[in-house]
Write a protein that binds this ligand. Sequence first.
Ligand SMILES: Cc1cc2nc3c(=O)[nH]c(=O)nc-3n(C[C@H](O)[C@H](O)[C@H](O)COP(=O)(O)OP(=O)(O)OC[C@H]3O[C@@H](n4cnc5c(N)ncnc54)[C@H](O)[C@@H]3O)c2cc1C
Length: 360
Amino acid sequence: MDWSSYRGVLVVVEQRAGVAKPVSWQLLGEGRRLANKLDAPLMALVMGYQVGHLAQEAIYHGADRVYLCDSPELRDYRTRPYSRVCLHVIRAFKPEIVLMGATYTGRDLAGAIATHLPTGLTADSTMLDVDEDRLLLASRPAFSEKMLATILCKQFKPQMATARAGVFEALPRDPSRTGEIVTVPPQIPPEDIATEVLEFIAATDRVNLAEAEVIVAGGRGLGGPSAFAMLKELADALGGVVGASRAAVDLGWIDHRHQVGQTGTTVRPKLYFAIGISGAVQHVVGMQNAECIIAINKDPAAPIFQIAHYGIVGDLFQIVPAITEAVRARKAAGRFRADGEGLGFSLTGAGSGGPVRGAE
Ligand SMILES: Cc1cc2nc3c(=O)[nH]c(=O)nc-3n(C[C@H](O)[C@H](O)[C@H](O)COP(=O)(O)OP(=O)(O)OC[C@H]3O[C@@H](n4cnc5c(N)ncnc54)[C@H](O)[C@@H]3O)c2cc1C
């Protein structure tokens, strides 16, 4: 089979109610790097209803060309109408690589498309690259996460991968970027509208670590499940969510949905508290891309201090309530910003490799 007409990288932009998932912009950032290496265009596919603004946003986030399919039938995600549009775009415009977020929707859609084309699909990638033969090198943890497997799809095109949210970095939004928007007619046959969405009920107990801007995470150092209530108070004061190390999850102190790390969620918040967490590599790979990391640990030699921007050596049971009180006081005084400096940390220690003492 001659696949030479397949060219470029296509990122499928995932959205709900006109709001894009951050993973879409993260994949456009990584897709830009791959497309530059391949000397090929970076394309985006935006599907939904009243989502024209996202096509423009995709250009601001790195796309050269955006395929836009805007139709009432695409208001809510349903596998068949969405995969129909995706298949049409892939067959018509022939990207050599297709990337989607490894979200519930992305996994469903990617699997449906790969089966139809047919081609290979690497699920849940954490590293992407291309080689000199234009082959996609999609790496993901394998064998109970003990190894990293690099998977290639040599025989078919496009080469497809879903990728974890929070792993790749979005490009800074650049409103001066220009690109082409190609309108794609929906062409969804009535038999593909096999289901009807009657109502959308958002899960109230959902832990959205991947999209959280502030995460207050606790580990074995908490000593038991009840201390997570103290972390929740700080998280609530900061407008964030509670995370956890695997040790805390394995001990049954908190649900697995809160776990950060290699076998949990990869996160990229603006602010990450690591409280009573030692900093094992399997935890660190899941949170090291946080913009600001504040570690609280009684052991000054804890490895977490090697990557923390701010560190406090001491007993978390004294420090955490004090920070919560300080946040509340600053909010009441209208002097609050959810980052290290805004919290009153007086010394910066980014990459200093040692703990920093000095909260107000
Ligand atoms: C295949 C594999 C996958 C894994 N995946 C993950 C993963 O996804 N996520 C993950 O987190 N781990 C993962 N792990 C486990 C990881 O190796 C560590 O065992 C785990 O992260 C340790 O959790 P912890 O830091 O909470 O506990 P510990 O390593 O026991 O650290 C507890 C820390 O609390 C501090 N402390 C204790 N009391 C206090 C106090 N009163 N005040 C302040 N500090 C205190 C201690 O000094 C210590 O540094 C994985 C391991 C394997 C083998």
